[in-house]
Design a protein around this ligand. Sequence first.
Ligand SMILES: Cc1cc2nc3c(=O)[nH]c(=O)nc-3n(C[C@H](O)[C@H](O)[C@H](O)COP(=O)(O)O)c2cc1C
Length: 354
Amino acid sequence: MGVKEFATYDIDKDYYENFENGPKFSGNFPNLGSLKKESFDFFGKSIDFPLGIPAGLLLNSRWIDFYSKMGFSLLVYKTVRTRKHPSHPHPNCLFVKSEMLDPFNLPYQLVAPVGYEPSSVREVTITNSFGMPSMDPDWWQEDMEKATIAVREGCAVLGSGVGTYQGTRWELIRDFVTVASMIKETGVSAVILNLSCPNVGDGEGLIYTDSELSKDILREVKKAIRDMPLIVKVGFMFGKPLYEFVRSVAKYVEGISGINSIQTRVVTEEGLPALGKGREKSGVCGWAIRECAKLFTKELYSIRQKLKAEFLIMSCGGVTDSNSFYDLIESGADVVLSCTGAMFNPFLALEIRK
Ligand SMILES: Cc1cc2nc3c(=O)[nH]c(=O)nc-3n(C[C@H](O)[C@H](O)[C@H](O)COP(=O)(O)O)c2cc1C
């Protein structure tokens, strides 16, 4: 038996079918009463456990409601834009056959063999490529607000947004300000800006590698949303680039979240682009990026100490079981998020909170 059977997101169907019909689940909701509690204050809201789902899996309010009932406590609504934006075509996710990635020696390419499906949820590694689709703001604002109202006690809903590049740096900054302000209006507990999507063109995805642009965006957004907690989502980095990034943005944000999936070439066994022509590179996430997430978290924690800064560390990358959750906590995370792990094992929170 493969891992697809229990997945809530059906990777054989396109984004829109999953959006309209998911999550796929036929069991009973668990009794959350007996789960371990480690309550903490998340910007004024009491959260019952530092485990959540980052932007990606929670396509709309139905997905948020589902995963809150499965014991996850911080729920990030998938990244939205100031305008309707289409998803990349099917396929959007493929299984990747990979060793654990060495953070100091990332591979040139990885292989997604046609028809390959891992047998263990713990070792599931995928590539995902959506291009950050978005519904029209009228639609997602109403739905995001619905998600915040419906969620159970002990949970918080966060809204993730991205600016759309239209040709100039200033327009991009303005669009980040607009999307963050629109998210704030929905009543979420925090805004997360994604500066790191590996699956988009026009430089939208690599903003975090430019500390100056990141600082300009976050400063302008903070000016606009004021008391609303602002979190920045970044991709994998360590050493000097991470230090420079944090030093530039720390005073504008209440949290730093990472890592995003790791961008690389993904090919079939014959060496052809696995997602098709034009999508030669895509983001890899799940089990194989665990060590990268650990290194990132340790470095971020040590930089926070060095700078005597106070931002929250929200870590993700490769959490597919209880050990990997505690590894990131021990590395310095305040909160741990799981996307690929939760996608293929909807009972992951129960395992971690036993
Ligand atoms: C299906 C899928 C969709 C994703 N979409 C987004 C997104 O819209 N915005 C974002 O910031 N990250 C997105 N991500 C990246 C995740 O938030 C996360 O950073 C990455 O997958 C690493 O965590 P993981 O190993 O637990 O999956 C997506 C990941 C997956 C698997």
